[in-house]
Design a protein around this ligand. Structure first.
Ligand code: NDP
Length: 444
């Protein structure tokens, strides 16, 4: 049993019933094998064992009262995974599926993603099994206030800086920030994704989706190609999906399908994003509505069918494990050439293998969706400096970061003998900086 296998088997024994955490750790550690072989000192320092063990896990009760006066209790989580290169940084997810395994997989991924951005941010993640769907504004506010009443003891602008994720957008960040400020009496950059009138950054809303398209465009460019004239399928219709579709369209691609958790819409003329934004961002309604508002568009119940639509580029932007081996095989059969992950871990391990064996250019989440957290770090820099950069300034920095990530993971893959394997390349490039910092800081 080699070092990686030993750490993985110990991790599974110590953390049973955490399948998503096992999946993420398996993908990451397998990719790091060439690095630990080159650095035997890492094993002596139990570096991988420390890397997969969060520095701190906070779990708490979140009691709140609904509009009818009934009392509810949800679970709250914050996993402060690794602070070797900077304060913990990572989003909060509010979704009924949230549990410790999911938060730990997201936190582990976040360490390497944040390192890849080249900015000084450590890794963390948090959330709750609260379901924002169907709740009134007041219920959302009361929930956020209760959540922050506990969370505020554990975070701070130089300690841990949360942001949004699934179910946590501008509205929720506003309520969370308001409560933090009220309790702690300080107006600081303790959350990112804030509104523009109270410390937010331009481009943060668009950043993950735009960044995803910038890195994909760089991969296309490296092969003498571009988005122009390409057919694109984007899953999801939330923050990441909408702005990925917007940037892909602006570069000349045709986005033909999107979904929400009930079903997908197919519009062979190209999705009209103003209609999607109206339905999903303003009305908070179901994507099904699109087919009744746009002539010629089709709605199909269920999500999986979206991957049977032929496309050149697939951008999964909803949630984990959206693309399994079977869906990956259909995409390959239909001629997909590029898959770039906007969501976290949307492709399962079998799906990744299918794409890589078929020679599909596969850009993993920790590189491809790093634009969101990178722009969050730019928001932190503006907060600390009491500055406010223009849209063009932030967008140019974001693009530059994404282009650098592409070339860094490409170079790391080449250096470690796995050219074109961006899963390994991203893991290696992200890990080396964190490992070097951890080694320098001693056994902590
Ligand atoms: P949103 O809540 O804005 O949107 C999520 C979208 O995915 C919605 O359309 C939602 O449908 C759909 N969805 C959620 N769960 C499922 C499911 N189980 N099956 C099918 N569809 C589902 O979230 P974001 O756009 O912010 O996040 C999407 C992904 O991107 C997540 O994996 C997140 O971790 C990742 N990410 C987000 C970043 C950000 O800056 N926001 C940064 C980096 C990664 P419905 O409307 O029905 O709920």
């Amino acid at each position: 049993m080699d070092y990686v296998e030993r750490v993985l088997s110990e991790l599974k024994a110590k953390n049973p019933n955490e399948p998503e955490f096992h999946q993420a750790a398996t993908e990451i550690l397998n990719g790091l094998r060439p690095v630990v072989e080159k650095h035997p000192e890492y094993e002596k320092a139990a570096l991988l064992e420390r890397f997969v063990e969060p520095e701190r896990v906070v779990m708490f009760r979140v009691p709140w009262v609904d509009d009818a006066g009934s009392v509810h209790v949800n679970k709250g989580y914050r996993v402060q995974f690794n602070s070797a290169i900077g304060p913990y940084k990572g989003g909060l997810r509010f979704h009924p599926s949230v549990n410790l395994s999911i938060i730990k997989f997201l936190g582990l991924e976040q360490i390497l993603k944040n390192s890849l951005t080249g900015l000084p941010i450590g890794g963390g993640k948090g959330g709750s099994d609260f379901d924002p769907k169907g709740k009134s504004d007041n219920e959302i506010m009361r929930f956020c206030q209760s959540f922050m009443t506990e969370l505020c003891r554990h975070i701070g602008q130089d300690t841990d800086v949360p942001a949004g994720d699934i179910g946590v957008g501008g509205r929720e960040v506003g309520y969370l920030f308001g409560q933090y400020k009220r309790i702690r009496n300080e107006h600081v950059g303790v959350l990112t994704g804030r509104g523009l009138t109270y410390g937010g950054s331009l481009v943060r809303t668009e950043a993950t989706g735009y960044g995803l398209v910038y890195i994909t465009a760089e991969a296309l460019k490296a092969r003498g190609d571009s988005f122009e004239g390409k057919t694109v399928v984007v899953s999801g219709s939330g923050n990441v999906a909408i702005y990925a579709a917007e940037k892909a369209q602006s570069l000349g691609a045709k986005v033909v399908a999107m979904y929400d958790s009930n079903g997908y819409v197919y519009d062979k003329e190209g999705i009209k994003l103003d209609v999607i934004k109206q339905i999903k961002e303003i009305e908070r309604a179901r994507i099904k509505e699109y087919a009744s508002r746009v002539k010629g568009a089709e709605y199909h119940e269920g999500c999986k069918g979206i991957w049977t639509i032929p496309c050149d580029i697939a951008l999964p932007c909803a949630t984990q494990n959206e693309i399994d081996g079977a869906s990956a095989r259909i995409l390959v059969k239909n001629g997909v050439k590029y898959v770039a992950e906007g969501a976290n871990m949307p492709t399962d391990l079998e799906g990744i293998e299918v794409f890589q064996k078929a020679g599909v250019v596969f850009l993993p989440a920790k590189a491809a969706n790093a634009g969101g957290v990178a722009t969050s770090a730019l928001e932190m820099a503006q907060s600390s400096g009491r500055l406010f950069w223009t849209f063009e300034e932030v967008d140019a920095k974001l693009k530059n970061i994404m282009v650098n990530i592409y070339h860094n993971m490409d170079a790391a893959a080449k250096e470690y003998g796995c050219e074109g394997d961006y899963v390994a390349g991203a893991n290696i490039a992200g890990f080396i900086k964190v490992a070097t910092a951890m080694m320098a800081q001693g056994v902590v």
